[in-house]
Design a protein around this ligand. Structure first.
Ligand SMILES: [Zn+2]
Length: 382
């Protein structure tokens, strides 16, 4: 990460940017505005990644931000641009995602600093070992003059490829429910127990899983996944007494998501009752959907049109730093088509032409904002 910071600094300093690494380990590089004391627009993404990762998730958004500054060729705008390369977005080491971006909204708190990795080393210790001072984390918060946050990111899914479009404007980041279901029945001999006298939890769970898939297929934009199933006692010749499953449900609308979750819980109870089983559920995660800033999103659509592409709007099924930044500043995202929809894998890729379109779109966007009366109002307020 240190080498990564050094490399980006080496790109940005010749452009006249002032660079630093904040106390949460985020890279920050400020490209000045045309006039002193003008407010700033943040553009960035994350620099960390997952094990056995691809080369584009996160880092592409930071490289694109630097590319936009290069393309300005020294031209100054009515607002400064701060390039941010976030640390620890994925949550690989500490199991807690968005550590870097949480510092910008003032939520890298004591509790998070005490979270430990598998070796028992805390976030606080790691920050100190990197040569940073956890006491300075409050200074990592986004300045009060921040106009907004813009993030380019690969889609990490197949939608844009299917539509044959290089870019999309993200209108919201989906809310998410994660629930564990446990079906309880009776273990018995697989050879001697007639079919009508069984309390088979795997058969009950399987019937319910089919319902989960059908329910999601029937609601536009809804995704529902049973990603894990565990049965006890777990032997070929024993009817399973217990089946434990996880359910992950996501949608851009919290109403639609919570209604779907309610329906699926009811269906599990009906199936269990009919089969002489019981079922209990416990909620592991319930996260609201986060809307992107409507003004910035509309501006992104216009900028996409100017590149000669169709302005597709979509909901992001995955969480991103933009979701955290949206707590404090207007946030917006642009997705780039992901070949094969493949991500978090060495085969992850992006087309050079699509990156070109993204840079073109970004430049149109900066020019639009520089001449927009609405954005001028925001600049005056900030
Ligand atoms: Zn990412």
């Amino acid at each position: 990460m240190r080498e990564c910071h050094r490399e980006i600094a080496r790109w940005m300093e010749p452009l006249g940017a002032h660079v630093r690494v904040d106390a949460a380990g985020n890279f920050r590089g400020v490209y000045p505005a045309a006039s002193q004391n003008a407010p700033r627009l943040l553009i960035g993404s994350h620099l960390d990644t997952v094990p056995n990762a691809g080369a584009y998730d996160g880092i592409l958004g930071v490289v694109l931000a630097v590319a936009l500054l290069e393309e300005l060729q020294g031209r100054k705008l009515p607002f400064g641009i701060e390039v941010v390369g976030f640390s620890e977005e994925e949550g690989v080491r500490f199991g807690a995602p968005f550590i870097g971006s949480r510092a910008l909204v003032g939520r890298l708190d004591e509790e998070l600093l005490e979270v430990q990795d598998a070796q028992g080393v805390s976030v606080r210790k790691v920050i100190e070992k990197f040569g940073l001072n956890p006491a300075e984390i409050p200074q990592a918060e986004a300045e009060n003059d921040t106009l907004g946050y813009l993030e380019f990111h690969i889609e990490q899914g197949p939608v844009l490829e299917k539509l044959n479009q290089p870019l999309a404007a993200v209108e919201a980041i989906a809310g998410q429910s994660r629930i564990e279901f446990t079906f309880l029945g009776r273990a018995n001999h697989a050879g001697t127990t007639p079919m009508h006298l069984r309390c088979d939890t795997i058969a009950g769970a399987a019937e319910w899983i089919g319902n989960v898939e059908r329910t999601a297929q029937g609601v536009p934009g809804l995704v529902a996944t049973v990603g894990k199933i565990e049965a006890k006692p777990g032997a070929a010749n024993v009817i399973a007494a217990e089946a434990r499953l996880t359910l992950d449900v996501r949608h851009g609308s919290d109403d639609i998501r919570t209604r779907a979750v309610g329906d699926l819980i009811r269906q599990a109870q009906e199936i269990a009752a009919r089969r002489g089983l019981s079922v209990r559920e416990s909620t592991l995660l319930s996260q609201r959907a986060v809307a992107m800033d409507p003004f910035l999103t509309a501006q992104i659509e216009q900028a996409i049109i100017k590149t000669g592409c169709k302005p597709h709007r979509m909901v992001s099924g995955a969480g991103h730093d933009a979701m955290i930044l949206a707590e404090k500043v207007p946030a917006a995202m642009i997705f780039l088509r992901t070949p094969g929809g493949t991500s978090h894998d060495p085969a992850e890729s992006v087309a050079v032409e699509d990156v070109e379109k993204a840079i073109e779109c970004g430049l149109h966007l900066l020019d639009q904002l520089a001449s927009s009366p609405e954005f001028q109002k925001r600049i005056n307020r900030a």
